[in-house]
Design a protein around this ligand. Sequence first.
Ligand code: OX2
Length: 830
Amino acid sequence: SRGPAAEPTHALARGPVVPPTRSSEGFLREFLRELQYGQGVTLARSSPNDQYLAMARAVRHYLMADWLETARRRREHPAKMVGYLSAEYLLGRQLDNALLATDMVDIVQEALAECGISLDTMRAQEVEPGLGNGGLGRLAACFIDSLATLDVSCVGYGIRYEYGIFRQTFVDGRQVEVPDTWLSFGNPWEFPHPEREVEVNFGGHTEQYTDEDGRERTRWIPGWNVLGVPYHYMVPGYQNGVVNTLRLWSARATHAFDLQIFNSGDYAEAVRAQTFAENITKVLYPEDSTPQGRELRLQQQYFFVACSLKDYIDQTLPPDFDLKRLPDQIIFQLNDTHPVIAVPELMRLLIDDKGMEWDEAWEITQKCFAYTCHTLLPEALEVWPVELVGRLLPRHLEIIYGINERFLEQVREAFPGDELRVRRMSIVQDHPFRAVRMAHLATVAGAKVNGVAELHSQLLRDKLLPDFAQMYPDKFTNVTNGVTPRRFVRQANPALSELISEAVGPGWERDLSRLSGLESFAEDPEFREQFRQAKQANKERLRALLLVRDGVELPEGHLLDVMVKRLHEYKRQSLKLLHVVTLYESIRSGEVAAEDVTPRTVIFGAKAAPGYHMAKETIALINAVAKTINADPAVKGRLAVAFPANYNVTLAETLIPAADLSEQISLAGMEASGTGNMKFALNGALTVGTDDGANVEIRQLVGDDNFFLFGMSEPEVAALHASGYVPSQVYADNPRLKRVIDLIASGAFTDGDPGRVSAFVDDLLYNDRFMALADYQSYIDVQERIDAAYADTEAWTRSAILNVARAGFFSSDRSMHDYLDRIWGAGIRL
Ligand code: OX2
């Protein structure tokens, strides 16, 4: 039961929540109270961590009143809700975002100054919650930010990993992973609610029985269970008084384990059982778009969706709610296939727990889910061995078979005699091993299926799921990704933000289409000068950061060429590296005079999955090349390479605003969308890119004159594949490429040791799955055009301004409008 045992008598206890006073003195009071009574220290004796925790909690007080009020309002006027189901949220630091959302930067700065504390020192204390791998997790964070800003009722559901994405270090240039202990100094941004714990079952078997009404039914007799404890995070809208909720689940051993420990003679064995349960949310799997199919991963997936569905149905809906109306109340958006086990889980809840018949349960289920696909890579599509699903979730496997049986009947009806098609479409595959295809399950169950950029959605229909697109043409749609302008422009780039506000007036942070007002300023020489000064200030900010963070000294006055994203072969960091070595080789060989070269610093940032061998080799080689180039006086002042370790959201926020050139060079047809590409364009970098993912839309919007396109198009890639691609032939036919690869292969960057580069070189010459060599010449040519273009400062600045002016489309607010229009439908209040 909720609420006090008796009616409160005091006015304060009856009245609405009273927020703390919005003044620097008001904040000072909150801060000191938290320091003294929360941390238990005086200001004089407090450590920076004490100060940070106290000030974060004080900031939290201001959000809290809005959070409670938002919840109250939503209870009073219930509207359809979005349940965003995502195994990853790459949130980034919380403090600045909270200060911006509450418009309290000045107040807080002033109050802290009175204590002799700098806000920047406080900012630096925060360890970002790295509960995601890359684009997919960051997208989820941008989306919940936008939904709060648009006042859409949404709960984000996910996993509270005790260890997020690993911290990357380099030892002799090679990646070494260190655990991410983000919780070790305390986390002021979360609220555990152990009283709202839910039980999650695993294993065991199923049995048939006859219920009171004489109906044949199934029940699941689980073998073991764990508890899920929710941790709440506040998700503030941008200066609109709305605060939504992110609910992350943490696994605990059930009390039965406690009892067992207490009663057991074998204490160590009993504790092991507890550790086993708590392992479920211990660590984020560090694979970005290449799942490994590990048992613990399926446990994580089922754990968090089972918690979320139960929480929603039993704790959020009114107790007497008629579940037939469930689709009027909620739409669960499946962020890739990771949460798709929620489909059979909802079926199980409706049929086994609530006594519904199959057909009715299926009709409801199909309206409650929509599926977002984020990839085209076949190896990124999750398939779970039937053996594993049957062992861990025997009832769910039965339900999946039930769904598949009925579905394949429909396929046979629609396409009589086409057994090949039946086999292609089956949710359960037989080869190369018997497994559940999660993307098929999601597509059959989902009311809608969307890709994440126009090209990707098209290829999804034409290449990845063509049989499904034929059978359900109306299910398929596109929503091009977006990024939050609050974090990635306003917060990350105050210098540019100020310029924008002066030019187009206030309010663009929540209506990014207003950036188009900058268009005419591109022609204004004075504005261009101010724009350059802002970029310059951002470069200096980056120089200062890299100096203390990495001990790296960036040269001044260079074109800043940035490639930051996960390390994956399809993204082709290898191609960028070939360009760097080409530049180096052409200066060293005297082919071009150093003074004729446009000075350039190339910055890489990338983590490799710990088990991804080629990706790690690429990192080692980038570091080796950087070391050689940076130490060579022959190229000093002309070419430099930096690879700061541990690229994350925090570093992105300083790196992206400083960039001149954004590298988006994946093989066409491979990058579903990209979101970094959008952040760069919005911060006034020009893109060099292939016709891939959202690059296509960026180029259409900013115009060919303001975008450096190169490489094969997707149909050209397909044609080359079909005709037989021989990378060693490309190498043999291109003398320049040959010189570059030979130089690498000779060991010139690896202390004369060819052995350290042979895996990399052999793969390029004899495999090159992502056709870096095929696009090499085109890439070198476009980079030469870039060198020339950068030399024309005025024209470059004009293009950069036009990029900002024309990139307003890439706000995640617009993405949310598209989801509302095309997927979530009426009933969700805007
Ligand atoms: C990523 C995609 O690789 C990237 O192109 C996209 O921008 C991002 O998701 C957000 O949609 N895991 N990560 C992704 O896909 C998968 C699978």
